[in-house]
Ligand binder design. Structure first.
Ligand code: SF4
Length: 711
C-alpha cells in the first residue's frame, strides 16, 4: 500500500508543500499538498522532479577518487582520511588561505549545510571563501547591512496585501519569487488584480510576469539606478516624500537625486519621462504599494546603487515596514544569531582580495577573483579547493579560465551528489545522501517568506547504511582538519562526536525554543515535537511591522543615504553620460523548469523544445541576416558560442537574451540526460572583469555582444 509523506520542496526558494506517495523504496507520485497553509496545493513542474533526483542513476552513492581520467570508489573513512591529510598538509605548508571554499546556492536550501556545513567550512580560517552570493543577491545584502544594520535583514514584498506591485528586473513567474519566498506567485499577482490593484513590470524583456501584468515597460539593461534616481527626484519635486520609519539621510538623498530629472534619465533608461513621473506618483499615492527589484537589479555594473535605491524608494513613499509594502519577517527560527555565530552577520571591505584588491563581503570574496587567486603565485596563493553543492565552471563568468585554473590546483574535493562540469575536476567527490533521505526545515528561506510560516519534515527514506548526510561529511572533514590554532585536536574530536550525536535537529529545537514563538509563548510555544505533530506546517500569520526594534544600526534608524553609496554616484554619472554602444546588450533568462545548472538531469524537466536559445528582436535579427529557425554566433573578446535563434518582439530592441546554467557537453561529466540537451554556457562569453565596482558582484547582465548569423 502506498504511504503519503508531507514535506517542503527544497528545489527553489518558494518552499511549496508536497505530498509524496511512496511504495517500498520508490516514489510513486509527487503532488502539491492542499493542506499546506502556505502553498495550499500549488507546485510547479520542478516539484515532481524530487523523485527524479532521488532515483537518478547518475547520482553518486559512494566517495570517488580520480586518478587521471579514472575514477574509483572509496570507503568513507578512507576518503575522509585521504582528504584530511591532503588539506592538512597544504595548510601546514602554505597557510590557511591556501585552501579556498566555494558554496553553491543549494546550500541555502539545506538544513544540514546551513547548520553544520557552515560550522565546518566557515571555521577553516581561510580568507578565500566564495559562494554564489556574488553572482546573485550580494547587492541586496549589502544594502540591508548599510541601511538596516544586518546583511540578512532584507525586507520582502507583502505581496498578499499590496494593491500596486512594481516589479523591476525580476520574473517571479519563472522563479516563483526570490528574496520573496512566495509559492504560486502567479496566483498572488492575479489576486492583486482581482482586488482592483495593479501589477507593473519594468524589464528589457516582456517576461512571463510582464505577460500577466497590467503594464509592461521596456528598460535598458543596467540603467535601473538611473530610473530609481529619477523617480526619487520626482518624489522630492512633487512633494510626495512620506517617511514613516525613523531614518537618517533624507537631505543627502534629495541632493543625490537633484540632477536626475526624468528628462535626463529617459534617453539612458529608454523609459519616457512621463512614465517615470507616473510610476513615482502611483507608488507614492497608493496606500498599499511596493517596488520589488531583484536579479536584474543586482547582477549589473551598478547593482549596489540600484539595490540601495530600491529599498530607499519604498522608505520614501511610506512603504517600508507597512502592510502591503516592503516588510521584515518574523521567522520561527531567527537566522540572525545563527549567522552571527559563524561570523556571517555582516561586514564589508574589511579586507581585499590578494591579487586585484576586490572587497570582502560577509567574510567572502567575489567569485570572479577565484581564478586569479589560484593562478597568481605568491604568499596566500590558493592551492586547494573545497566545493560544496556548486558548479562554478558553469555559473561563474569566464568559466573556461576558471576550469584551467582548477586543473592547476594541488588538490580539490567536492561535496556533491553529481559528477558535474566542476566536480569532474576534483580529486575526490564526497556524495551526500539524497534530499529525501534527510530532514528539512527552511531556516534561511523562512526569513524571506511573504507570510510567517514554519514547517519541519523528517526524512522520507532512511539513509542507506553506507550513505552519509552532507552535515556528517562536513563534520568528518572538520574533525580531520581542526580549527586552526583554536582547539586541541582531542577536544575537537570530542566536540565533533557530540555534534554528530545531536544532529541538526538539536539546532532546530534550540532555534524554535529560543525564537519568537518558542518558550516565551509558554506551553503552546513552538518546539520540534509540535512541528512533528503538524506535518503540513504551521501558519504564524501575516508579516507585522518590526521597526525600529529589528534594526541593527547603532542609532536604531534606517540609513537612507550611506556614504558608501553616495561615493559611488560619480561612477554612475561618468558612465551614464557616454553614448549608447552600437553592440547588442545581452541579458539572462530563467525558465520555470530550470534552476541554474542543477535541474537539467531530469528527463521530465528538459524534454520539449530547446530552451538554450538566443532571443532577439525582429529588427535586430533582420539587420544581421538572422532568420527564424537559424543559428547565431554570440561573440565577445573571451570567445563565442552558437545557439538556435528565437526571433520575438518580447525583446527590447538592442537587447538579446541567453539563459544560464547550460553547457553540459564537457568531457568527464556524468550527467547522461543533461548531456543530450547540452546547450552552451553563457558564462563562456561573459567577461569576469565586468563587475559592480562597488560590491564586487558579477555583471552577468548587460554584457555587450556581437551577434552574427552562424553558418
Ligand atoms: S515552485 Fe519551487 S518549491 Fe515550489 S514546487 Fe516548484 S521548485 Fe518546488
Amino acid at each position: 500500500m502506498p504511504v503519503t509523506h508531507y514535506r517542503s520542496c527544497s528545489l527553489c526558494e518558494a518552499t511549496c508543500g508536497v505530498a509524496i506517495e511512496v511504495e517500498g523504496d520508490r516514489v510513486v507520485s509527487v503532488r502539491g499538498d492542499a493542506a499546506d497553509p502556505f502553498s495550499k496545493g500549488y507546485i510547479c513542474p520542478k516539484g515532481t522532479a524530487l523523485a527524479d533526483l532521488h532515483h537518478d542513476p547518475d547520482r553518486l552513492r559512494k566517495p570517488m577518487r580520480r586518478d587521471g581520467d579514472t575514477w574509483t570508489e572509496m570507503a568513507w573513512d578512507e576518503a575522509y582520511d585521504y582528504v584530511g591529510s591532503q588539506l592538512t598538509a597544504i595548510r601546514a605548508q602554505h597557510g590557511p588561505d591556501a585552501i579556498a571554499v566555494y558554496q553553491g546556492n543549494p546550500t541555502v536550501h539545506n538544513l544540514g549545510l546551513v547548520t553544520f556545513g557552515q560550522l565546518a567550512l566557515r571555521t577553516l580560517g581561510t580568507k578565500n571563501m566564495y559562494s554564489a552570493t556574488s553572482l546573485d543577491q550580494l547587492p541586496h545584502m549589502l544594502a540591508a547591512l548599510m541601511m538596516f544594520g544586518n546583511q540578512l535583514l532584507m525586507p520582502v514584498p507583502d505581496i498578499d496585501r499590496s494593491d500596486l506591485f512594481i516589479c523591476l528586473g525580476a520574473n517571479p513567474l519563472a522563479s516563483n519569487g526570490s528574496i520573496m519566498t512566495a509559492p504560486d506567485v502567479k496566483g498572488r499577482l492575479k489576486a492583486i488584480r482581482d482586488r482592483g490593484g495593479k501589477v507593473i513590470v519594468l524589464d528589457p524583456r516582456r517576461t512571463e510576469t510582464a505577460d500577466k501584468a497590467d503594464r509592461h515597460v521596456f528598460i535598458r539593461p543596467g540603467s535601473d539606478a538611473v530610473l530609481l534616481l529619477a523617480m526619487i527626484h520626482e518624489l522630492f519635486a512633487a512633494k510626495l516624500v512620506k517617511l514613516t520609519v525613523p531614518a537618517t539621510g533624507l537631505e543627502e538623498l534629495r541632493a543625490a537625486s537633484a540632477t536626475w530629472t526624468p528628462e535626463r534619465a529617459a534617453p539612458i533608461t529608454g523609459v519616457p519621462a512621463a512614465e517615470v513621473r507616473e510610476l513615482a506618483r502611483a507608488l507614492a499615492t497608493t496606500p498599499r504599494a511596493v517596488l520589488y527589484g531583484r536579479i536584474g537589479v543586482c547582477v549589473q555594473e551598478f547593482g549596489g546603487l540600484a539595490a540601495w535605491l530600491c529599498y530607499a524608494i519604498n522608505a520614501l513613499t511610506g512603504h517600508l515596514d507597512t502592510p502591503g509594502g516592503l516588510m521584515f519577517t518574523t521567522p520561527a527560527i531567527d537566522p540572525l544569531p545563527l549567522a552571527a555565530m559563524f561570523g556571517f552577520d555582516g561586514g564589508f571591505a574589511r579586507w581585499k582580495s590578494r591579487v586585484s584588491g576586490k572587497p570582502e563581503f560577509g567574510g567572502e570574496l567575489p567569485v570572479t577573483v577565484l581564478a586569479e587567486e589560484i593562478e597568481t603565485a605568491g604568499p596566500g596563493q590558493v592551492r586547494a579547493l573545497i566545493t560544496c553543492a556548486g558548479n562554478p565552471v558553469l555559473s561563474t563568468p569566464g568559466g573556461p579560465r576558471l576550469e584551467r585554473a582548477i586543473r592547476g590546483l594541488d588538490f580539490m574535493v567536492s561535496i556533491d551528489p553529481y559528477m558535474n562540469e566542476t566536480t569532474r575536476l576534483a580529486n575526490v567527490i564526497l556524495p551526500p545522501s539524497s534530499v529525501l533521505e534527510h530532514s528539512h526545515y527552511d531556516v534561511a528561506l523562512a526569513a524571506f517568506s511573504v507570510r510567517n510560516v514554519a514547517k519541519y519534515s523528517p526524512p522520507l527514506f532512511e539513509r542507506h547504511a553506507d550513505a552519509r548526510h552532507d552535515w556528517e561529511i562536513c563534520l568528518a572533514l572538520w574533525s580531520r582538519l581542526g580549527l586552526p590554532g583554536k582547539l586541541p585536536r582531542f577536544a575537537q574530536q570530542v566536540v565533533t562526536r557530540l555534534f554528530g550525536k545531536l544532529g541538526p535537529e538539536t539546532v532546530l529545537e534550540l532555534g524554535l525554543r529560543t525564537g519568537p514563538y518558542g518558550l516565551r509563548r509558554g506551553r503552546h510555544g513552538l518546539s520540534l515535537a509540535k512541528m512533528r505533530a503538524h506535518p503540513h506546517g504551521i501558519d504564524l500569520g501575516p508579516l507585522e511591522p518590526r521597526l525600529p526594534g529589528r534594526l541593527g544600526t547603532k542609532d536604531h534608524r534606517v540609513h537612507l543615504a550611506p556614504r558608501t553609496y553616495l561615493e559611488d554616484l560619480p561612477r554612475l554619472e561618468k558612465v551614464a553620460g557616454k553614448p549608447q554602444s552600437s553592440e547588442l546588450i545581452m541579458i539572462g533568462r530563467r525558465h520555470l523548469r530550470s534552476n541554474n545548472s542543477w535541474m537539467h538531469n531530469s528527463e521530465r524537466l528538459v524534454k520539449g523544445p530547446d530552451r538554450c536559445t538566443l532571443l532577439i528582436h525582429p529588427e535586430d535579427a533582420s539587420n544581421r541576416g538572422i532568420t527564424a529557425g537559424g543559428r547565431a554566433r554570440i561573440a565577445t573578446a573571451l570567445g563565442s558560442i552558437e545557439l538556435a535563434v528565437e526571433i520575438t518582439d518580447e525583446m527590447m530592441r538592442g537587447v538579446v537574451s541567453v539563459p544560464h546554467g547550460w553547457g553540459h557537453h564537457r568531457k568527464g561529466a556524468r550527467l547522461s540526460i543533461a548531456a543530450t540537451v547540452a546547450g552552451e554556457s553563457v558564462n563562456d562569453v561573459i567577461d569576469p572583469a565586468r563587475i559592480d565596482a562597488l560590491s564586487g558582484t558579477s555583471a552577468l547582465t548587460g554584457q555587450p555582444v556581437e551577434v552574427t548569423r552562424a553558418p
